[in-house]
Write a protein that binds this ligand. Structure first.
Ligand SMILES: Cc1cc2nc3c(=O)[nH]c(=O)nc-3n(C[C@H](O)[C@H](O)[C@H](O)COP(=O)(O)O)c2cc1C
Length: 217
């Protein structure tokens, strides 16, 4: 993750100094018989780019852009070709332009996020309903009881409901809410509440989700 404002058409001196410490032959690249070879293959990079003016492709100043292009070129030299750039530019062009640039940058999703979102949107929608129910419930224990009864009463629905909840908790966990998955999974693998077969299913579901998240899928 590289935070990179544009300074005088390029990157700030401290960032360049850091790069000079990292881009070292034998550490992050090497000289092979056919030429230099990056040693960081298979890694991902994110560049958070900020600049006062506008330099994106097609703009009049595009040819002066030596910030993102330099970083992308350097990363490729080190073997990192999976690079996502999140850009806020035109930040010095007035308050309105600045707000618009920041909103646009915040709305950018990584390709992986976009893929997960498409796959799990339906699950997230059903989780929304659960959250609304949580807000409406008079107490958490009442909600848990209702939830428990609902799951037990509707044999045909239980597996789906569980899958929805676990999947959305899994997404929460991957979005940085540490412990979300463990707490939901803990509830569904409680032997006092559920059969062994059920617990095996839940465990398998989490394994499948972990597997589905691998980029090769
Ligand atoms: C020393 C310096 C040089 C800058 N050079 C440029 C430049 O060449 N082009 C540009 O569009 N903005 C330039 N800026 C503006 C910054 O890119 C912009 O303010 C950016 O938002 C800085 O990020 P920060 O707010 O996270 O520090 C420069 C700012 C400073 C302090």
């Amino acid at each position: 993750m590289i935070g990179a404002p544009m300074y005088n058409l390029s990157i700030p001196t401290p960032l360049k100094a850091r790069i000079d410490r990292v881009a070292v032959a034998g550490k992050t690249f090497r000289y092979a018989a056919t030429g230099p070879e990056g040693l960081l293959q298979g890694k991902k990079a994110f560049i958070a780019s900020a600049r006062g003016g506008v330099y994106s492709a097609g703009s009049p100043a595009a040819a002066l852009e030596h910030q993102e292009s330099y970083l992308i070129g350097l990363l490729a030299f080190l073997g990192v070709i999976d690079v996502t750039v999140v850009r806020a530019e035109g930040l010095a062009l007035g308050a309105q332009a600045k707000d618009a640039a920041i909103s646009q940058a915040l709305a950018v999703e990584s390709p992986e996020q976009a893929q997960l979102r498409t796959r799990f949107d339906p699950f997230l929608l059903s989780r929304d309903a659960e959250r609304r129910a949580l807000i409406d419930a008079e107490s958490v224990s009442q909600l848990i009881n209702q939830f428990d009864q609902r799951l037990r009463a509707c044999a045909g629905v239980t597996v789906d409901s569980t899958a929805h909840l676990i999947t959305s908790a899994w997404i929460d966990e991957r979005s940085g809410i540490t412990g979300a998955l463990a707490s939901v999974r803990g509830w569904f693998v409680d032997p006092d509440r559920f059969s062994n077969a059920w617990i095996v299913n839940v465990t398998e579901l989490v394994t499948k989700l972990d597997h589905a998240a691998k980029p090769s899928c």
